[in-house]
Design a protein around this ligand. Structure first.
Ligand code: ATP
Length: 508
């Protein structure tokens, strides 16, 4: 029976498992951690690498129309001027002058408390799954505390970017509960700055990239000139990006250093961009399902036209149902010819393609699917985590924690378990199998403790299969092992050839 924790406790359980089993650690933990930064442990790096490898294989190697590149993290500062990031890669920031806390203005909500048609004060709350309920409760509590009689209207909530100047002084800070300490929202640039070279004046300022995408635009001409790509084609890259997020939160969902997998798909200026956009949305959705995300947890969100950047033709996000709410996992944007045009203008180097049919040059348009590795990592942990009551052979009920990860991305594909560690016949056969499998697969050899305990250890690590080398293996004909499946816990006998076929089918 599945006893998976309620959503409000699920994150705690996942964070605890991830720490305990070496998936994710807080960064610099011995110094108290560092907000917005994380380390990936031995199982975590394997999972992350598998996510990257699956994406790279499917996106680049298995397609004829996409090539890969790897560009530098620190690029010429003019790249970020041309792309618009220096001027516009900002979040609205509100400070609390008393507590020194900082808030993203669009995540800090408030509402006037209106009693019998008269505004008697304000309440505020940070964005959550139940912001409206929190604000309604705060308004009722405000009314009670102030002892005001009358009918309280349902709260009309807004965020701090919508606050009028005369309201700001009246809105309480979430940190102190008192009004008067919040500042007006101001723009905060999220790019991390550094200095390149020995000088630390303005002339040496450079930025850690906040996205990998600009690398593809800046190297567009290089790729055209050095490969045989023809429109439509894509350039893909995986790499670290950095954003000085005002409020990093929800564990690795929003961090300050993260990894992106982005692809710029260039199309003819006259191509049907909308159809291409739709095809990429579906490709991305199917890819997420192929690495084990349940279709039921995925949804699409089309950005409203009025909120799009002026050059954007349309953006659709693939959303995932995390325990803390439905949130963006993968953004697929139709960006027109904006980026290449910006770089052509700023660098003075045309970014055009010659059309053999019309004999005219043009700047290609682009569809950009951009996803965060860490967000996929968190999604597969959330979707895969389960706690179950299981009954052993003696009828005892015990709890098992299991990570149902797809074999494609599971950190360990097979665990090789000799039934007893002091019987050479068993350990020799187990080691031979282990040595053979580890040439091609991530496998683990484990001879420590009761077999049931070893199965549980692998369940928590997300290992899809355990292979036990028992007395039947070495004493009976056929050289068969016990194959134990993680999800069903079913056991059956299997030969080495069958095991290799099973792996080849599911691990790709
Ligand atoms: P959000 O609205 O959540 O801040 P965004 O729309 O700014 O995200 P993009 O600029 O489109 O994100 O980046 C593409 C992808 O990179 C996102 O869909 C997400 O998967 C990932 N990503 C962006 N910011 C972060 C972050 N701070 N931490 C982890 N992943 C991130």
């Amino acid at each position: 029976m599945s006893t998976t924790p309620a959503p409000e406790n699920q994150m705690e359980a996942i964070v605890s498992l991830a720490k305990r089993r070496g998936f994710v650690y807080p960064s610099s933990e011995i110094y108290g951690g560092f907000n917005g930064f994380f380390d990936y442990g031995p199982l975590g790096v394997e999972l992350k690498k598998n996510i990257r490898d699956c994406w790279w294989n499917d996106m680049v190697r298995r397609r004829d129309d996409v090539v890969g590149i790897e560009t530098s993290i620190i690029m010429h500062p003019k790249v970020w001027e041309a792309s618009g990031h220096v001027a516009g890669f900002t979040d609205p920031l509100v400070d609390c002058k008393v507590s020194k806390q900082r808030y993203r203005a669009d995540q800090l909500f408030f509402a006037p408390v209106v009693i019998d048609g008269k505004t008697v004060g304000y309440v505020s709350a940070l964005e959550s799954e139940k912001t409206a309920e929190d604000l309604q409760a705060a308004a009722e509590s405000f009314k009670r505390k102030k002892g005001i009689q009358g009918t309280l209207l349902p709260v009309a909530i807004r965020d701090m970017t919508e606050a009028q100047p005369d309201e700001i002084a009246l809105i309480p800070s979430p940190a102190t509960g008192e009004p008067g300490s919040l500042t007006e929202p101001r723009s905060f640039n999220m790019m991390f700055q550094t200095n390149v070279g020995a000088m630390t004046d303005g002339s040496s300022v450079a930025y850690l990239r906040p996205e990998t995408a600009q690398g593809m635009f800046v190297d567009f001409k290089n790729v055209i000139d050095t490969t045989r790509v023809k429109l439509p084609f894509g350039i893909a890259q995986i790499g670290k990006s950095f954003r000085n997020e005002i409020t990093p939160r929800n564990y690795i969902f929003r961090s300050r250093e993260f990894e992106q997998m982005e692809m710029e798909y260039f199309i003819h200026e006259d191509a049907d961009w909308s159809q291409c956009h739709q095809e990429w949305i579906e490709w991305c959705r199917q890819w997420l399902i192929s690495v084990g995300l349940p279709e039921s947890h995925l949804s699409l969100y089309a950005h409203p036209k009025e909120k799009l950047a002026f050059y954007s033709r349309g953006t659709v996000d693939i959303m995932f149902k995390y325990p803390f709410g439905v949130q963006e996992l993968w953004g697929i944007a139709a960006r027109g010819s904006y980026d290449l045009t910006q770089h052509a203008n700023a660098s003075g180097k045309p970014q055009e393609i010659f059309d053999e049919t019309t004999k005219k040059k043009f700047v290609p348009h682009v569809i950009e699917p951009a996803v965060g590795v860490d967000r996929i990592f968190l999604a597969v942990l959330c979707a895969g985590y389960a706690e179950e009551d299981v009954t052993d052979e003696k009828g005892n009920v015990e709890k098992r924690t299991v990570l149902r990860l797809s074999p494609r991305i599971a950190p360990v594909k097979v665990a090789i378990l000799p039934l007893l560690k002091n019987k050479e016949a068993l350990t020799n056969r187990a080691k031979a199998l282990y040595t053979k499998l580890k040439r091609n697969y991530a496998v683990q050899y484990d001879d420590g403790g009761a077999i049931g305990k070893r199965y549980r250890r692998q369940d928590e690590a997300g290992t899809p299969w355990c292979v036990t080398i028992d007395f039947d293996t070495v004493e009976k004909e056929g050289d068969t092992f016990t194959l134990r499946e993680r999800d069903s816990m079913a056991q059956r006998r299997i030969t080495e050839t069958e095991l290799l076929a099973l792996l080849a089918e599911h691990v790709y």
